[in-house]
Each structure stands twice: as C-alpha cells, then as structure tokens.
Write a protein that binds this ligand. Structure first.
Ligand code: GLC
Ligand code: CA
Length: 548
C-alpha cells in the first residue's frame, strides 16, 4: 500500500529529506544497536515532523570500520538491524505514512572483507582479480590527494596475500572497485535493481567522483566516471520511474554541475560549498560568503535539484573553502582541537552555535528557503549535542534522545552496551534534550521545526523558484526573493546578533502587500521608495507577496 504525498516524478524538487542511521535511532531488542523494528516504531515521529523522504545510511553487513560505509554484502541487511522482512515491513510502513525512503549506494569501494575482494586477492589469476585496482608498485597515479589525511599516508595499500598494491581513496580497508571492468558495472546495476524491486525510492550515491583512475590526472571527476554514472542512470530510467539518484560529490559547484549532465546523470547533488559559507556568514555577520557562492553556482537542468544541509554524519567539511577561510572556521567553530578532524569539524548544529536558539532558527530558516531541497540530520530537530571525545566522526552519531528516562528511551540494554554512549551533560544531555519533553512544550525547538517544515511544504516556490538577491547597503542583512510563475516570496534575514535596519529596493514589486508567512500579519504595501525593514538579533522573515 502506498499513499505517497506526491505522485509527481519530480517529487524530490519539493521534498524535505531526513537523514538517519538505523543504528542510532531506536533499539527494539535491547542489544544496544538500533534496528528496523525500532525505526518502524518511530515512523510516527518522522511523519509528524512533516518530512517527505528518509535517507538511510548503510544498513548492509559490514565490519563497521567506517560505520557501515565498508560494505561486505550489498544485497543483505546487517543482522544487527534485523531481517529482510523487517526491512520490507519498515518500507511499507514508511510508504503507508507518505514517506519515501532512499538508501545508500557505496559505489566506489567495498570492505576488504567483501567476498569479491577476498577472491580478488586470493591469486593474481582469480576471475575477480580485475574487479579491483592493482599495481606492482605504489607510484602510479602520483599526486592524487589523500582524503582521510588524519589516518592514511597513501592511496595504495600493500596486500600481503597477493603481494601487490591495491588502490583506495578512503580507508585502506576500503579497496576501490575497478569501473573499467564491465562485470563490476553489471554487478552494481544488479544491486540497484535488487533494492528498487523491493520498493526503495532511490539512492544517495556515495563518493561518486572517484570511480575511474587515469595516469596524469587527479583521478577525480573524469569523463570516464561520468560515462559510468550516465550508464547507470539510463538503466534506471529504462526500468523505473519516480526514483531519485542523489550524488555525493564534495566539489566546487562548477565541478558538480556535470553530475547533472543534461538531466541524464543525477537527479540531485549535494551542494557542499554552500554549507560552510552559511556558518561563515553567520559568524562574520555578513552575507558576502553566502551570496558569492550562490552567484557562482551554475544553473542546472529543470528536472534537477540541489540538496542542501547544515550538518550530516561526517565532519563539517572545509574542503571547499580557501586556506584562510578554513583557519577562520577552525578558530571560530572548533577552538578545542578535539573538535577538528581531517579538514573539518566534528560537531553538531546546536553546539556549533553555542546552543543559541535564535541562531539555530536562523540557520534552519535559511536551509528551508535557499534554492535546493533541505536535508535534516536526525537529532537536530531537537537540538542534540555532540561528544568530541569519541573517535572518528562518532561525536555526531550518538543515539537519538527520545525521552528523559532509561537510556533516553533509545534502548533497554545495559548502558555500557550501547554502541555509543548517550550525550549526558547538563546542557545537551537526554534528560534536558529529548523528543518527549519537547512534544509537551508548545514552544520547543521540535514544535518550531515542525511549523517551519509545514510552511515550507505548502510553499512550492522554495523548491522550484528562481532566486534574486536584493543587496541593501547593510551587509548584515541577507535578502532575496524566490519566484515561480506568479508566486513570489520575500526572505529577509538578519545575520547579526544585534538589531539591524535595512532599506530594501523593492520598486519592481511596487503595489504588492507582504504577508508574513508564519503568523499571517499584513505588512505595509510596497511602494517605489525604499522598504524599511527593522529586525531584532538573528531575526528572519518570510513574506508571501499579494497583489490585492
Ligand atoms: C562518504 C561518507 C563517509 C565515508 C566515506 C567513505 O564520504 O559520507 O561517511 O567515510 O564516504 O565511504
Ligand atoms: Ca537492536
């Protein structure tokens, strides 16, 4: 049974996404690990939040050396998360609530525990040998950057079994698949078809820029890689409709643009560089970083969409900023060196803004009104905290805080057994920050976020409209209109922690009456003279324009 909210094949252009890891969401059988029956029991929370599509992080069998992004079997469910039946039940229950579900497709690499790699390394004449990228020496593809700079020294790792080197762009236990081999491409399509036939609504496709290697290049964003991706899309389109492919390409906008192709590669792609610039603009109390990156972003085909986000399961990445900007971000947002990892910051939204409700709201307001489909990270709807004393990126992966009781309502296991400890400090601990208490409080962040999503969802122009910036003299104010056909929305945000006034040139909209979208208040009619906006610290307004 499917009662999806929108039958439009371009549904993803209007959707609000919610990212979660099954492991951290809800544990039904008291073994300390979240699972599908647990997640299914929490679907009402997600439906009532108003999101349209869930993005599940990898739920496959895995040795968990990279939290499941090291997959050892692509067509099974990790036994700790439940059975295939549990997954199918979850999927049908999500669909019954109008929620779509996309899952993770890790194309670039497998775990070294995967049977394919075990075979490939077993001997140099094994039929699967050529499924991975081997070399006699470690000096091929010199100059290709290392991504996990805190842990890896080389993109080659020595395999003592077959006495040669294999290529890996991420951890050394994640050998890269060889996409020059048609058998690999065939197998990956079989994997996609397997899950699509079970009813998933698409994939978040992990680490797409790195599929193909060529000597003398950066081995990133190569035309041959695009060809592989276009082939997968063509196969998808031939057999299915209404599905979405969302690319993870942590690149500059001009390098991401080709991943949309002519509407024949990815439907969606994350916009990575916009994210740190939102935080930069907030800290600098200046719209410039945000304006610059949006103006630098090329247009994309009509059927395509950006995915925008404030936080996710990885570090707040600072790869797509300049050296100076990166240092600024570290200085301002990660004073404690423990908060830094690789080229980023392992912190959640609320602690990044010092728990300041006004700044959380401002950032969420921007996320919901800038071009693209917003993606929320689980726990941020209640303002969860982080724990930088945990290893790797686990600081932002702690269990969801459902209530103030035993184990935050996450699990019935002994607290020592939880896969990660709960946040339990006096400010962000589950006794203070949890879903149940925020349900009871009408002014809670949870209820505020619900309202924000509701207003966003009934305002199609946010997902589909164009953006035009107004550039008032006051740089602390970010103002833009979003327009689609006859609908226009005006968004004005005060990035500063002090009251501001801005004079907006709205002459081209003269005659319109702004109606504030959260309360319905009518503001003075726009004329030919500058429109004066007075705003308190971190205030933002959304206005629907009416010509009455
Ligand atoms: C992606 C994931 C990240 C993972 C990496 C390697 O960047 O978001 O969590 O570690 O791929 O699979
Ligand atoms: Ca469990």
């Amino acid at each position: 049974m499917t009662t999806l909210r929108s039958a439009d094949p371009l549904w993803y252009k209007d959707a609000v996404f919610y990212q979660l890891n099954v492991k951290s969401f809800a544990d039904s059988n008291a073994d300390g690990i979240g699972d599908f029956p647990g997640l299914t029991s929490k679907l009402d929370h997600l439906a009532s939040l108003g999101v349209d599509c869930l993005w599940l992080q990898p739920m496959y069998p895995s040795p968990f050396k990279d939290d499941g992004y090291d997959i050892s079997d692509y067509t099974s469910i990790h036994p700790g998360y439940g059975t295939r039946q549990d997954f199918e039940h979850f999927l049908s229950q999500a669909h019954a609530r109008g929620l779509r579900v996309i899952i993770e497709l890790v194309l670039n690499h497998t775990s070294d525990q995967h049977a394919w790699f075990q075979e490939a390394r077993s001997s140099t004449d094994n039929p699967r040998r050529d499924w991975y990228v081997w070399s006699e020496t470690d000096d091929r593809y010199r100059g290709v950057r290392i991504i996990f700079i805190d842990t890896e020294l080389s993109n080659w790792a020595w395999d003592p079994v077959s006495k040669s080197y294999y290529w890996h762009r991420f951890f050394s236990h994640q050998p890269d698949l060889n996409y020059d081999n048609p058998a690999v491409r065939e197998e990956i399509w079989a994997v996609m078809k397997f899950w699509l036939n079970l009813g998933v609504d698409g994939f978040r496709v992990d680490a797409v820029p790195y599929l193909i290697e060529r000597e003398g290049t950066s081995c990133e964003n190569l035309p041959e890689t695009h060809a592989v991706l276009k082939e997968l899309r063509a196969r998808l389109d031939a057999d299915f409709t209404g599905k979405v492919l969302l690319a993870e390409a942590n690149m500059w906008p001009e390098d991401v643009r080709p991943y949309f192709g002519a509407g024949d590669e990815f439907h969606m792609s994350f916009h990575f560089p916009i994210m740190p610039r939102m935080f930069m603009a907030l800290r600098l109390e200046d719209r410039k970083p945000l304006l610059d990156i949006i103006e630098r972003t090329p247009s994309i085909p009509d059927s395509c969409q950006w995915g925008i986000f404030l936080r996710n399961h990885d570090e707040l990445t600072l790869e797509m900023v300049t050296e100076i900007e990166r240092q600024y971000m570290w200085d301002e947002y990660a004073k404690d060196p423990r908060a830094r990892i690789n080229l980023g910051i392992r912190r959640r939204l609320a602690p990044l803004v010092e728990g300041d409700r006004r700044r959380i709201e401002l950032m969420s307001g921007l996320l919901m009104s800038l071009p693209g489909s917003p993606i929320l990270y689980y726990g941020d709807e209640i303002g969860m905290g982080d724990n930088v004393y945990l290893g790797d990126r686990n600081s932002v992966r702690t269990p969801m805080q459902w209530n103030g009781g035993f184990n935050a309502g996450f699990s019935g296991a002994d607290p020592e057994r939880l896969w990660l400890p709960l946040i339990s400090n006096a400010v962000y601990g589950y006794q203070a920050v949890n879903v149940e208490s925020q349900e009871r409080n009408s002014t809670s962040l949870l209820n505020w976020t619900r309202r924000l999503i509701e207003v966003r969802r009934v305002t199609k122009v946010f997902g589909r409209g164009s953006i035009e910036f107004l550039k008032p003299e006051n740089h602390r104010v970010l103002a833009f209109t979003r327009t689609q056909g006859r609908d226009t929305v005006l968004v004005v945000s005060n990035l500063a922690g002090t009251a501001q006034v801005a004079e907006l040139d709205l002459a081209r909209l003269a005659g319109a009456i702004p109606i504030e979208m959260f309360g319905g208040s009518i503001f003075p009619r726009i004329g030919h003279e500058p429109y004066i906006m007075m705003m308190g610290p971190y205030d933002f307004y959304w206005f629907r324009l009416r010509w009455l």
